[in-house]
Design a binder for this molecule. Structure first.
Ligand SMILES: Cc1cc2nc3c(=O)[nH]c(=O)nc-3n(C[C@H](O)[C@H](O)[C@H](O)COP(=O)(O)O)c2cc1C
Length: 248
């Protein structure tokens, strides 16, 4: 086929248009919003090609400590030994906060208004055996942790939590955040109180599970919301509700 100079120019223009169209479709959704606008930026994660999944040990449904003893002994503790937590202990504590206890309906260890489950549990891991220092999201259905970023966030989180030393010193800080919309979408403004109640249920479970494991902690509600959101790179729809430093 013979293509003259004008023909080549037209083909080049058509090719350019196709390339531009492919770029536009991959960058914007059907409403013209950039997919990348809502994407969380975890620079460390991206740079190091991480995002890996950490399979958690199966949580136990048995324990030597009676419920009554756990309730009686539960206490807020704000200083810890310089000793790591094990992945088994972390798995058990996470399970108590949001673990799945009925697979079919996806029901969990804590009650939830309309079983809508607006809470997300994160782990700021500083000293946990077999777990890289980093920030992880708990995936209850899979019983896994998803690495969100590498590096120790405890110091920054401590500053965001009004310099409460437990946050800096604990080997691990559990973070409970909420997406209110998930509950207010069904229940209107009343859903806000439901979300707070659910965080309370989760916090109490962690305390009681902690007694059973010999792990101490404290639920912390005093912190700068924006600063915590910034340190953890939470999405704008998510509100941090509790920081729970945990250690021995
Ligand atoms: C909603 C809420 C927020 C709290 N925030 C903090 C906090 O920011 N810092 C802290 O050291 N303790 C905090 N606590 C723990 C209380 O100080 C503690 O429960 C109280 O002193 C009673 O002690 P106990 O838990 O050992 O029974 C909080 C407790 C609740 C329920």
């Amino acid at each position: 086929m013979v293509i003259n100079k004008n023909g080549r120019g037209i083909m080049f223009l058509l090719l350019l248009l196709v390339v531009l169209a492919v770029f536009a479709f991959s960058y914007f959704d059907i409403n013209g919003n950039s997919f990348h606008e809502n994407e969380r930026e975890y620079p460390l994660l991206k740079e190091e090609g991480k995002g890996e999944i950490v399979k958690l040990p199966e949580p136990s449904h048995d324990g030597d400590v009676s419920l009554e003893k756990a309730v009686a002994e539960r206490r807020s503790v704000r200083s810890y030994r310089e000793e790591p937590l094990t992945l088994e202990q972390v798995s058990q504590l996470l399970w108590s906060a949001q673990g799945i206890t009925e697979e079919n309906r996806g029901l969990r260890t804590v009650p939830s208004a309309g079983a809508l489950y607006p809470l997300t549990v994160y782990v700021v891991a500083g000293d946990v055996t077999d777990l890289e220092v980093g920030f992880y999201e708990y995936l209850p259905h899979q019983n896994e942790l998803r690495l969100l970023s590498l590096g120790d966030l405890r110091k920054d989180l401590y500053e965001a939590a009004l310099n409460q030393s437990a946050v800096r010193d604990a080997p691990l800080v559990m973070v409970i955040s909420a997406n209110y919309q998930q509950t207010t979408g069904n229940y209107g403004d009343r859903g806000i109180r439901y979300v707070h109640m659910e965080a309370g249920h989760a916090g109490q479970n962690v305390y009681l599970q902690g007694v059973s494991l010999g792990i101490k902690g404290v639920v912390i509600g005093a912190f700068e919301d924006e600063q915590v959101r910034e340190v953890l790179n939470l999405s704008p729809e998510e509100d941090p509700l509790y920081l729970i430093p945990l250690g021995k």
